[in-house]
Design a protein around this ligand. Structure first.
Ligand SMILES: [Zn+2]
Length: 245
């Protein structure tokens, strides 16, 4: 038999053991999505080629198969998209809500099923990282988010018609705002409690040496106002009303 493309609806041939022929199942016309175990070939078609023989397969390369085959296969071998576009598709990574939503991490070219999923991920990221992310643009096809004033963190995603997903186009991961948050979290009350023994040992400790101690241990410098409130609270806890009289 002459090797060739199986026509639509035709049955697979029955080979007998002597003719050493086989069929080739070819997936084409689609593209790859995702990475690792998530990598999948999507949106493709399947063609079968019957009556192939090992000698033929050894002697041809894929381009020859395309010529023996049909137009759709030719499209598959030489996709009608630029190499650059293909590169983009190959590098897309799907956000997997079931696994990734707990501690979302973003990357350029990451795909989100829809705007709802990306919004959720941004909100969860905001809670997890205790940062002040605001969505500056928020539609079904485009989402842009920024952090606090002066912080470089930003994310921009838009609908990609090829994969029908929201794809992250730009992402700056770095925060410079977190220090401000940490300073806020380190309250006067917290400092008073943490350093109460130091004040018990040395009730003459100056705000300056108190600040140096905090800088050394917590790597941040609270305001003078906060330091003095903390010292006052610690003193009150140690000496009770004596100090306030
Ligand atoms: Zn930030």
């Amino acid at each position: 038999m002459v090797p060739g493309l199986r026509s639509e609806g035709a049955r697979s041939p029955v080979y007998n053991s002597e003719d050493e022929e086989f069929s080739i199942e070819m997936h084409h016309g689609g593209f790859f999505m995702g990475n690792g175990v998530n990598r999948a070939y999507v949106d493709g078609r399947v063609s079968w080629f019957d009556h192939y023989h090992q000698d033929i397969v050894d002697a041809i390369d894929l381009d020859d198969v395309a010529i023996i085959g049909s137009d759709p296969l030719r499209t598959a071998v030489k996709p009608n998209i630029s190499e650059e576009e293909e590169e983009i598709k190959f590098s897309f990574k799907s956000f997997r809500a079931d696994v990734d939503m707990e501690t979302p991490e973003f990357k350029v070219s990451m795909m989100f099923a829809d705007a709802v999923e990306l919004r959720k991920a941004i909100d969860q990221y905001t809670i997890k990282n205790r940062v002040a992310i605001k969505k500056t643009r928020n539609t079904k096809i485009r989402i842009e988010a920024k952090c606090a004033e002066g912080c470089p963190w930003m994310l921009s995603a838009s609908m990609d018609n090829r994969v029908k997903c929201l794809v992250v186009r730009e992402y700056i991961e770095k925060h410079t705002c977190s220090k401000q948050w940490e300073i806020k979290a380190v309250t006067a009350k917290y400092l008073a409690k943490r350093y109460i023994e130091e004040f018990r040992d040395n009730d003459k400790m100056t705000l300056m040496s108190f600040a140096k101690k905090i800088q050394k241990e917590l790597h941040l410098t609270p305001s003078r106002h906060k330091l003095s409130r903390a010292r006052r609270m610690a003193m009150r806890a140690i000496y009770g009303d004596e100090i306030s009289q």
